[in-house]
Design a protein around this ligand. Structure first.
Ligand SMILES: CC(C)(COP(=O)(O)OP(=O)(O)OC[C@H]1O[C@@H](n2cnc3c(N)ncnc32)[C@H](O)[C@@H]1OP(=O)(O)O)[C@@H](O)C(=O)NCCC(=O)NCCS
Length: 156
């Protein structure tokens, strides 16, 4: 079975906020940011699996602050956990000012599922855990996964 490290699929994207990204209150439209987050989660999952992937669920979208015209928005995604056919991808979003100072906007956890050629969930490569931090992330992800499965069972 293939194994890959967290760093092998870690992905960072940067967007400059332009007028077309703004809502009527003059801030970054949340739906645009959600699209960017989903794209990063998909890129990380594709890099980890080398397969087609889909988004099964997203947790913890809460926007701590707005972003405005000419701000830079930095989005960093990495795998925290792999199950049999699914992966958890942590996606952190920051607003970066001209001095390079980053302030958090959001942290989301995506569950992505790998698909085989028949569009059925298929086994994903194992994750090589290299650091104490990655070990702690894995353990937290296991708890979140249990909560998701409970939510699913309860239809919530
Ligand atoms: C995600 C999907 C494949 C799961 O289907 P399913 O019949 O429950 O399939 P399985 O039971 O084999 O589950 C596959 C994996 O998804 C996980 N999963 C299923 N539902 C989940 C949920 N609501 N939240 C988190 N993970 C979920 C399972 O735990 C399993 O992971 P594992 O193999 O690591 O244990 C299916 O619901 C689907 O195709 N949804 C549409 C996804 C999509 O199109 N997204 C694009 C945006 S609309």
């Amino acid at each position: 079975m293939t194994e890959r490290k967290v760093v092998d699929s870690m992905t960072e994207t940067i967007h400059m906020i332009r007028p077309t990204h703004l809502n009527s209150a003059g801030r970054l439209f949340g739906g645009t940011l959600m699209q960017w987050l989903d794209e990063v989660a998909g890129l990380v999952a594709k890099r980890h699996t080398h397969m087609n992937v889909i988004t099964a669920s997203v947790d913890n979208l809460k926007f701590l602050q707005g972003a405005y015209a000419n701000d830079m928005v930095v989005i960093i995604g990495k795998v925290t956990f792999v199950g049999r056919t699914s992966m958890e991808i942590r996606v952190d979003t920051y607003r970066e000012d001209l001095e390079g100072m980053r302030r958090p906007i959001n942290r989301a956890f995506f569950t992505m599922v790998a698909l085989d050629e028949n569009d059925r969930p298929t086994e994903v490569p194992r994750l090589i855990i290299e650091t104490e931090n990655e070990k702690a992330e894995w353990e937290s992800a296991q708890k979140r996964r249990q909560m998701r499965l409970t939510r699913k069972e309860e239809g919530f």
